[in-house]
Design a protein around this ligand. Structure first.
Ligand SMILES: NC(=O)c1ccc[n+]([C@@H]2O[C@H](COP(=O)([O-])OP(=O)(O)OC[C@H]3O[C@@H](n4cnc5c(N)ncnc54)[C@H](OP(=O)(O)O)[C@@H]3O)[C@@H](O)[C@H]2O)c1
Length: 363
């Protein structure tokens, strides 16, 4: 099979590097173009990484001799060389929006981990196992962008991916309200312990804009398409506090939930153990064997589990019990740079490929 040629926009960053690790032996996609800021453009990938990572990473070596292009000023060249791009850049919202639309208008699909377009009503924000059918909105987006082939699809914020999949199977019980406190890894800020030693023995009580995203993005994931727009789910309120903790990878959520229906913990556990995504039969390469794991031992799950290769795309849940203010509470976690960003975006691209949205246009 001829592999799809893929551009990684933001290739030098935390998520860009994750994309390359995941795609270095991918059966369908092959990175052929790497781009970053004008400061890195013209350098080899190895040279550009010099100040970013200290240890050699064997999956990245394959790309060390690639010459980086300028993500902002080489768009025509990049889009002429690839079938689609993954985009993970750290820029302000307006510039990111403009860049992503320019790639799409150059007939290059964009699968983005950035937040800029997450609330654009004709841009789907996808967790493949949950709202795989929101890709139907793409035809309306293409009409607006006047494109035949180019479009933008986003991933939700990493903070919501550690609890939304746990809540999703419970929506049938008519959820009234959710309270969530997230404990987020430093890789979510693009940092490592080498680059952020001050985080040792500390907790940062504020992550800019994170609580707003945590409270609104799930409502779009659970929304429905009406008149060419995704309309957010109504009658469900979410409140949150998001904290940064000294953990390398993996976000944990302490979740409290109340239902309009009267239900038992047995019914919740049953929903989790029997939940099967409607895309399971597509056998997408990045799909986990088991989407939701529940642990009976109250000391599990622990954050290091999410870093095990076979669990890095799963949602790990534990400690379900009754609460005196809400109906139930539990702990839920997921890998932020894999499930929450790069590998979740690769899974989204695999879904788009199966649904016929990606084309092998480059010979
Ligand atoms: N980390 C996570 O867990 C996570 C999870 C979900 C979503 N995200 C989102 O993913 C995106 C990337 O995050 P990250 O953690 O990988 O950030 P990062 O490590 O800071 O990397 C940022 C990337 O953006 C590039 N860049 C910066 N300014 C640019 C410009 N003017 N033009 C073009 N490229 C530019 C950088 O290139 P240079 O090296 O040349 O500066 C670098 O490749 C962000 O939008 C973030 O919110 C991150």
């Amino acid at each position: 099979m001829k592999k799809y040629k893929v551009g990684i926009i933001g290739a030098t960053g935390m998520i860009g590097r994750r994309f390359l690790e995941i795609l270095c032996n991918h059966p369908i996609f092959e990175p052929t173009v790497l781009a970053a800021s004008y400061k890195s453009a013209g350098k080899t990938y190895k040279e550009a990484l010099k100040n970013r990572i200290k240890k050699t990473n064997s999956s990245l070596c394959k790309f060390y001799n690639f010459i980086l292009l300028d993500a902002q000023n080489d768009i025509e060249k990049i889009t002429s060389l690839v079938d689609f791009v993954f985009c993970a850049i750290d820029m302000n919202k307006n510039d990111t929006k403009k860049i992503e639309e320019t790639y799409a208008k150059n007939e290059c699909p964009v699968i983005s981990t950035n937040s800029a377009h997450r609330q654009t009503s004709d841009v789907p924000m996808i967790i493949p196992e949950i709202n795989y059918n929101h890709t139907k909105i793409i035809k309306f987006q293409k009409e607006r962008l006047k494109t035949k082939y180019g479009f933008i699809v986003t991933k939700p914020n990493c903070s919501i991916q550690c609890f939304v999949p746990a809540i999703h199977p419970l929506l049938d019980f008519n959820i009234e309200k959710i309270l969530v406190c997230t404990y987020q890894a430093i890789s979510g800020a693009g940092k490592t312990f080498d680059s952020w030693p001050e985080i040792f023995d500390n907790l940062i009580p504020f992550i800019n804009s994170e609580e707003e995203k945590t409270e609104t993005e799930p409502l779009k994931i659970w929304g429905e398409i009406k008149n060419g727009k995704i309309i957010n789910k109504k009658n469900l309120s979410i409140t949150s506090q998001c904290l940064r903790i000294p953990v390398s990878d993996g976000h944990t959520a302490a979740v409290f939930v109340s239902f309009k229906n009267k239900i038992s913990s047995k019914e919740i556990l049953e929903k989790w153990s029997t939940y099967e995504s409607k895309i399971k039969n597509l056998n997408l390469p990045s799909m986990p064997k088991k989407f939701i794991h529940y642990y009976n031992n109250p000391y599990e799950p622990q954050i290091k589990y999410v870093r095990e290769p076979d669990k890095s795309m799963s949602i790990l849940i534990g400690r379900l019990r009754k609460d005196i203010h809400y109906d139930f509470k539990f702990i839920s976690m997921a890998h932020n740079t894999l499930r929450g960003a790069a590998k979740g975006a690769v899974l989204t691209a695999e879904l788009l490929y199966k649904q016929g949205f990606l084309k092998n246009k480059i010979l």
